[in-house]
Design a protein around this ligand. Structure first.
Ligand code: IPE
Ligand code: IPE
Ligand code: MG
Length: 287
């Protein structure tokens, strides 16, 4: 690089000559983000006022293996097609103005799959994160899950993306990788126990709020809408704390066949729900 970069020295100043006045430092301009590419059909998101959008949508992206099986392909081809659907749905979330989208990408239980499939999933993930598809979109990327078991290069890449997109305020995209709800709760309980042992917390007075403050991502809002594709009606150890009052939405399609219009449909269905949160009267979301 040195040999390609000519080194230019400033001309020498005669003694006594006035100090050059440094050019004023201008604040860095705010980065200009690209708009997400439109859906090929030209369809636009439904016009839902921001106040009626769910703040946090979490997705269990299920059905990659069956999608491949139906086509006589190896399972990893299903995961590859699933990665395309992720990009598509992120574009749809941005178009719609969602604030938080959390994707169940690899669970603590998924380690029990064949070594070959696990390697294929982690390899694909590494490629996706390295390709940095959301580099010039207003997306803050985060990783939620156990540290220490993922390949170091993948963990480093995830942390790099998190650091370099930290200032972005559009969509917070959290990828749950080596994530398990019970693991999250157990680690939180351990953090509380440490505080109690240190005399900083009275075990008899621990509140919901104390617990929430000790979660690995204390700033993650409650899930408003939990959507699972792939025709299964279970939550498979996904965000049990945050989803305590989530509206559930199960769809039959397989994840690789999913596009942003399915997200828009899920959100539209959510706007028709009556959330009571334990109260006697519904809290309708008038449109
Ligand atoms: C979801 O698809 C992706 C991961 C769990 C990594 P699956 O691989 O579970 O697909 P099915 O459920 O076997 O079809
Ligand atoms: C949940 O799907 C995990 C992810 C989508 C990453 P699984 O396919 O692993 O869940 P089960 O085994 O059907 O409950
Ligand atoms: Mg599955």
């Amino acid at each position: 690089a040195w040999s390609l970069t000519p080194l230019s020295l400033p001309p020498s100043r005669p003694p006594g000559a006035p100090q050059p006045v440094p050019a004023p430092v201008r604040p860095a301009a705010a980065p200009a983000f690209r708009r997400p590419p439109a859906h090929p059909s030209g369809e636009r998101p439904p016009a839902i006022p921001a106040a009626h959008l769910p703040t946090h949508v979490a997705v269990i992206m299920d059905g990659n293996g069956r999608w491949a099986q139906q086509r006589g392909l190896p399972r990893h081809e299903g995961h590859r097609a699933g990665a395309r659907a992720v990009r598509e749905v992120v574009h749809g979330a941005l178009e719609m103005g969602l604030r938080h989208l959390t994707l169940y990408t690899f669970s603590t239980e998924n380690w029990s799959r064949d070594r070959e499939e696990v390697d294929a999933i982690l390899g694909l993930l590494r490629d996706e994160v390295a390709d940095n598809h959301f580099r010039d979109l207003d997306v803050h990327m985060r990783w939620h899950g156990r540290a220490g078991r993922l390949p170091t290069d993948l963990a480093d890449l995830l942390q790099l993306r998190e650091r370099t997109t930290r200032g972005r305020t559009g969509l917070t995209l959290t990828m749950c990788i080596d994530y398990g709800g019970r693991d999250e709760i157990t680690r939180t309980a351990a953090a509380l126990a440490r505080r109690a042992r240190a005399g900083q917390l009275d075990p008899d007075r621990i509140t919901d709020e104390d617990f929430a403050r000790h979660l690995p991502h204390p700033d993650m809002p409650d899930v408003d809408l939990l959507w699972r594709t792939g025709n299964e009606q279970r939550t498979s150890n996904f965000l049990p704390w945050h989803s305590a009052y989530a509206e559930l939405h199960f769809t039959p399609g397989l994840w690789p066949d999913t596009d942003r219009r399915d997200l828009w449909q899920a959100v539209t269905a959510y706007t028709g729900r009556q959330r009571r949160l334990g109260a006697e009267s519904p809290n309708p979301l008038p449109l």
